[in-house]
Design a protein around this ligand. Sequence first.
Ligand SMILES: Nc1nc2c(c(=O)[nH]1)N[C@@H](CN(C=O)c1ccc(C(=O)N[C@@H](CCC(=O)O)C(=O)O)cc1)CN2
Length: 285
Amino acid sequence: MIIDGKAFAAALRAEVATGVALLSRVPGLAVVLVGSDPASAVYVRSKGKACREAGMASFEHPLPAETSQADLVALVHQLNADPAVDGILVQLPLPDHIDANAIIAAIDPEKDVDGFTPENAGRLATGLEGFVPCTPLGAMMMLKATRGDLTGLEAVVIGRSNIVGKPMAALLLGESCTVTIAHSRTRNLPAVVRRADIVVAAVGRPEMVRGDWIKPGATVIDVGINRVDAAASDTGAKTKLVGDVAFAEAEAVAGAITPVPGGVGPMTIACLLKNTLTSAQRRER
Ligand SMILES: Nc1nc2c(c(=O)[nH]1)N[C@@H](CN(C=O)c1ccc(C(=O)N[C@@H](CCC(=O)O)C(=O)O)cc1)CN2
């Protein structure tokens, strides 16, 4: 079974639009983009379009690559204080001269719709309500819809980033899974993955997870988005997108699997809208 992220995302976006229509004012999302990374520019454009389609305002702040850390912090403080802004998002990655942790820490946790601030990360780790990072949140929604109760299942998360691996592991633990976080120093990774009823691959290495690593019937969530040479492509395109999982091999063994593209990616933006709506609803109370 292929898990259709586009369909999940369309349903969630429609639900968000309904929620927005019930508010007494238009919710606003501020999106800050530093530099001109082409992939980031595409994601930021998609976020703005998705906002408008859901009835929200999108405040876009494109900044030159040489923007200083102090100027970026000043902008974040300005957005923290702006009553029209319910959510603040600083698109990652940031240029090397900027300390991303310092920028994230400057965001008001109540407007941190990316769920990246230490406050929201701590809330998730301790089981308190807060904003949950969009990619793991979307992955968890699809997992629960596909598998139902996850209690007691063995879950292996490959990758220990703050934006996917760690929050994903916390969410799985919250659903009473037995969770292993594997990473680049894990010994005998294929054997670790073979134990898993749920595999979440978030390593950023094209097609690293092979079909014979997957336990028959397991659910595979592929978070990787890797652009690779498409010499063999019949569409004529020079590059193509692949995940961290060798899809054709894994699909033959897995019970359910997310594709790339069309899996977790579309849910990332839908969950961003959901978190922005939640922020606006909290402000209205
Ligand atoms: N501040 C943030 N920065 C980044 C995040 C994030 O959640 N917050 N995540 C990623 C990029 N990202 C959103 O920002 C993102 C990545 C991928 C997709 C998506 O829909 N992908 C499509 C394929 C798109 C393509 O053709 O390139 C898919 O998988 O089907 C949406 C959002 C890093 N930065």
